[in-house]
Every structure is written in structure tokens, then in C-alpha cells.
Ligand binder design. Structure first.
Ligand SMILES: Nc1ncnc2c1ncn2[C@@H]1O[C@H](COP(=O)(O)OP(=O)(O)OP(=O)(O)O)[C@@H](O)[C@H]1O
Ligand SMILES: [Mg+2]
Length: 376
């Protein structure tokens, strides 16, 4: 059995498996015919899969991630009303995320793969604060995910023909707590003071929501923790409308908010549309700074409600997106917000923490299997 961490993000699923790390946009569409594509070199751009699993019943054929996003109105994104532990979409991404990690790892280690792979996984994933605090939710989610599943990759994927037989031992933890575990391990200003039990707050800014878990020393304080309906998705959707209005090109960023997110992550600011180059920096700055203003308001509100928070950490993908604006506001107010030195790591903390927990849990629960895994 091997440990794996899988963060079922509403925007993108992040997986950590040994030395392998991968991310798949959380988009699906019903599959069917083989899409009309030539060769696709990045396997994660061509996730056309057939699933054999109690999780999907007869709906076996799916396009996932960027391939699904090309299916126009058929593409389904996560909605704020979706509950991760109940949604079929997150269950599908769970299986494909695990299987993709197994195949990618095989290529990274051996340079090739057999057509049939078997993997016995001790898989740690997460549920949000709101869902986790409903009694029994995490246990029910584990019961649903546990068991045997088969994932077969199809054309146009370079992995076409490969089937992964998964045997899954799932553990579901609290998102936010998993990120905090990573911080405790890796951030000296947290780990060195843990014995004095300072109160530490997180703002984890994700695609559909922002979570504010509060910790005292190593433990979460449920009564002080909360969530807010601020996510980067609506910020992106509105920015997309503004760009289309500004350029008068209604098909600009035809790949929707996913394409715009990529554009911003790459720090680009000019776009060529219908033979004309548009400079979008000013528009982007204006839009993001207004959104950051609202986010900063939420952080201040949280801090006012729990004034004993000594360190406030801003993490999640939104930390990278809004860092400069939040930092400017915090400086004006003479307060200190903490960010990772490497902002691009901000969105990976849950997956990394989940992997740490998986390593520990496997050792504790299955010591004999762990020895076997090391020898193998
Ligand atoms: N390095 C970066 N630069 C700019 N934006 C980024 C960066 N990393 C992530 N983002 C943006 O942050 C947003 C949220 O990313 P994140 O991966 O934390 O969300 P998620 O985990 O999928 O969602 P949720 O936490 O709501 O389930 C995305 O819109 C993404 O584009
Ligand atoms: Mg997240």
C-alpha cells in the first residue's frame, strides 16, 4: 500500500504521490465519441476516461479537465451549491486524479508503463469546514470512496489503452487543517512557538469560497472557525465580462475563466484578438484590486471577531492572486499578513498536508504493509 494526498479543489484537483505532483481542472463533461483531436502531448490535456466503479454506475464515459472545458455548454464546473462529499463530480475527479497520479508516477520512475496497473492506495483527501462540521459527513464520504475502481484512459491521451485498477483505503480530513499541518512542519515562526499555544488564523482563498480556520497551538478551534462566500471564480467571471466589453470581442478567452486563470497565473497582460493587440494590465489591476479590497474587509472582520489571533496567514490560490494588493492594504493599516515566500506554492498546502497525513496514517494503521511497500 502506498500513501497519496488528493485535494479535491473546486477549481482544480491537486495530487501528491511520492515525487509526483499533478493538477487537474475540476471540469467534467459526459463523454461518448472520441473527440476530434490530433495527437495531444500532455496527458492531462486529454483525459478521456472510462470508469468502472460503484461511484458512477452506468455513467462510465467522461471527459475530464481541459478536454471537458472544450465541450462548450456541456462542460460542468463545480457550483457554490455543490457539496464535495455528495457530488458525483468530485467522486469522478477523485478516481481520475488517483489513477492519473499512478500512471504519471510510473512514467517518471520507469519511463514507460504496462497496459494494466494495480495500485493499493492509502488516500487522504479533505472536506470543507462547513461540510466537516456536519456530523458523520466525513465518515460517509470515506464509506463511499472505499473499495475497488477501474479507470481506463482512451484516445487522444498518450496513455490510451492503460487501465488502472485502484484499491482505495480513503481517509477524509478537514481542509485547512491539512494545510496547517504543512505550515507547522515547514514554517519556523509557527513550529518554534507551538508549545506556547499561540492563536493562529488562516484565510484560505479558493475558487468558490474562503475558509477561516483558527488554531490554538496544534489544534483547531471549531467555535472560532468560519467560512465566507468569497471565491476567485466570480472575480474571474466578472473580469471576463469586462475584458469582452473592453475589447468588443465576445469570444475573447473562449476557454472561459479557466483560460483567463491560466493567463493571470502566467502574469501575462497583452492579448491578441482578431489581429489586434490589447493591453489589459490596467483593467486587470483595477478589477483585482477592487476584489482584494472586499477580501481584505473579510479578513479584518475575522480579526476583529477573534482579536487574539497572533499570526494571520493568507494561503490558497487566492493568496498568489491577491498578494500585492492585500500586502499594500495591510501596510497602510500597520498590520502584518503572512504569505508563503513562494506564492505559487500557496494552493498546494492542502495536498502536501494530506500527503504528510497519509504517510503517518499508513505507518500507524498498516505497519506491516508499510514495510512491504518500502521493500518493494
Ligand atoms: N500562482 C498563481 N497566480 C495567480 N493566481 C493563482 C495562482 N495560483 C492559483 N491561482 C488562482 O487561485 C484560484 C484558486 O486556486 P485554488 O487552487 O486554491 O482553488 P481550489 O482549491 O480549486 O478551490 P476551493 O478551495 O474553493 O475548493 C484559481 O482561480 C487560480 O487561478
Ligand atoms: Mg482549495
Amino acid at each position: 500500500m502506498q500513501p497519496i494526498g488528493i485535494d479535491l479543489g473546486n477549481g482544480a484537483v491537486k495530487v501528491r504521490f511520492g515525487t509526483t505532483r499533478l493538477m487537474i481542472p475540476n471540469v467534467i463533461s459526459v463523454g461518448g465519441m472520441q473527440p476530434e483531436y490530433g495527437e495531444v502531448s500532455n496527458p492531462l490535456d486529454a483525459l478521456n476516461v472510462v470508469l468502472d466503479s460503484p461511484l458512477v454506475g452506468d455513467s462510465r464515459h467522461w471527459y475530464i479537465g481541459r478536454l471537458a472545458a472544450t465541450q462548450g455548454a456541456m462542460a460542468r464546473y463545480m457550483l457554490p451549491s455543490d457539496q464535495k462529499t455528495l457530488s458525483q463530480q468530485s467522486a469522478i475527479l477523485y478516481l481520475v486524479g488517483l489513477a492519473a497520479a499512478v500512471v504519471q508516477h510510473e512514467f517518471e520512475v520507469n519511463g514507460s508503463t504496462e497496459p494494466e496497473l494495480e495500485a493499493e492506495l492509502y488516500a487522504v483527501s479533505g472536506a470543507s469546514l462547513v461540510e466537516s462540521f456536519q456530523k458523520g459527513t466525513r465518515r460517509r464520504f470515506e464509506d463511499k470512496l472505499r473499495g475497488e475502481h477501474w479507470v481506463t484512459f482512451q484516445d487522444p491521451s498518450p496513455w490510451a489503452g492503460v487501465t488502472v485498477h485502484l484499491r482505495v483505503y480513503p481517509r477524509v480530513h478537514l481542509e485547512g487543517h491539512t494545510a496547517y499541518l504543512w505550515l507547522m512542519r515547514n514554517i519556523p515562526s509557527i513550529s518554534t512557538v507551538l508549545s506556547t499555544k499561540p492563536v493562529i488564523g488562516l484565510a484560505e482563498v479558493g475558487e468558490l469560497s474562503t475558509e477561516f480556520p483558527v488554531f490554538r497551538g496544534p489544534n483547531i478551534e471549531p467555535a472560532l472557525s468560519s467560512g465566507a462566500q468569497f471565491g476567485t471564480a466570480s472575480v474571474m467571471d466578472e473580469l471576463l465580462l469586462r475584458i469582452r466589453d473592453f475589447t468588443q470581442v465576445p469570444t475573447a478567452f473562449a476557454g472561459g475563466r479557466m483560460e483567463l486563470e491560466r493567463f493571470l497565473e502566467e502574469r501575462r497582460d497583452t492579448v491578441s484578438l482578431m489581429g489586434r493587440t490589447y493591453h489589459l494590465r490596467e483593467l486587470i489591476e483595477d478589477h483585482l484590486s477592487a476584489a482584494a479590497h472586499s477580501l481584505y474587509g473579510l479578513i479584518r472582520e475575522k480579526w476583529q471577531r477573534v482579536p487574539t489571533i497572533e499570526q494571520f496567514w493568507v494561503i490558497g490560490g487566492g493568496a498568489a492572486l491577491f498578494h500585492s494588493y492585500l500586502q499594500r492594504k495591510a501596510q497602510q493599516d500597520h498590520v502584518m499578513l503572512n504569505f508563503l515566500d513562494d506564492l505559487s506554492e500557496s494552493r498546494w498546502l492542502n495536498a502536501e498536508g494530506m500527503y504528510l497525513i497519509a504517510q503517518q496514517g499508513l505507518k500507524r494503521e498498516f505497519p506491516e504493509l508499510m514495510q512491504h511497500a518500502i521493500q518493494a
